[in-house]
Design a protein around this ligand. Sequence first.
Ligand code: NAD
Length: 422
Amino acid sequence: MTAATPHKTANPYENAIQQLDRALRYLEVSPGLADFLRRPRCEYTVNFPVRMDNGDIRMFTGYRVQHSIARGPAKGGIRYHPMVSMDEVRALAMWMTWKCAVVNLPYGGAKGGIIVDPRELSPGELERMTRRFAYELTPIIGPEKDIPAPDVNTGPQTMAWIMDTYSMVTGEPAPGVVTGKPITLGGSLGRVEATGRGVMYTTVRALRHLEIPVKGARVVVQGFGNVGSVAAYLLQDEGAKVIAISDVSGGLVNLDGIDVRDALAYAKAHGNLVQGYPKAKPISNEELLELECEVLVPAALENQITAANAGNIKARVIAEGANGPTTPDADDILASKGIMVIPDILCNAGGVTVSYLEWVQDRQRFFWTEQEINTRLEHIMNESFYAVLDIARNMKVDMRTAAYILAVQRVVDVAQLRGFYP
Ligand code: NAD
């Protein structure tokens, strides 16, 4: 399996458990409590019919997993992808618990998905599928229970349909049931850029820590969607040189630097794909990951950096825009090479942080300016980055283990204070 074929190389849930178990070695947690942390509290599978444009009925399968509600309502995105599986959703739900805890948001963790390639559906089919799934989830989601958000192949329009369906079924307008909504429906300014912005903030701190100048730092970005493209142009704005980008259509390299906004405009005009962009040369996804650079930003899907290619990676910093791009055995290889990994649960937490700010604004029916949002986001990302870095230094562990130690301890503290019902 190549690096360009995500999902298949390892089971993400097994990876998530291994990452948790590594952190548990450093914490005083009883075997029973450790088992509580490993297992999702609730797993929901729905098989549901959708009427297609030609009049036929097609069945779809969707999942929602709530890993934890110890620290607050469950929180996590919904993904549309043909490779969605229960184990993937389980892993992503668990990562959300740790992510919310690392940045100290009052949330638990959840994730959802539908097995579908949305490009095969018409806009009407996509809307009917989304609304039926939202209806099926209505008993378990809600502003105080479980709050979905966009993820791969879903966006503000998807959230608008979910919000409307939930509101119609419950009989009350409920903007707080989802985040990542369009601004006019109670969305937050800054949400669309938030994940990429958080990647930029943490990457800049990592480079400063390693005493690598941000100006001129060579950046390689895998995945040119919401996270990857924003991280790329914001890093470019900071003076870094983006030398390679890629998406599902392939990669592009230009060692003199790629004008990211120009490439983005090209992709927007060409079906959201960078293929054929004339100011850079084609490169395979495998070659792209192994380019000489200061920063590698995997911002596509899981299992891109594995034991098979970790030894060839030349970046000084890996900023995990995607969830789960690095397998645990690859982590060991990267650590032995002295590569600093900014782990996903920290690096891409900007999205859920501004989702939290959106939810707060919806509840108070009072909205902040984009500048206020970005200032709060920067403050939270900064505090979290240095809290993790301190643990990594003091306990002599890698950044991922440090982030897990911080997050898991926070969940354990809350679980122990609350006790176990009854
Ligand atoms: P997206 O759908 O906007 O973009 C995904 C990008 O990855 C697209 O450019 C796609 O073409 C590309 N891609 C897919 N398969 C690829 C492959 N094999 N090789 C190279 N590129 C490939 O999704 P997104 O919202 O940017 O999410 C990307 C990752 O970031 C996911 O792991 C997601 O879970 C994670 N994430 C997203 C957010 C968010 O706010 N959107 C927050 C936290 C984490």
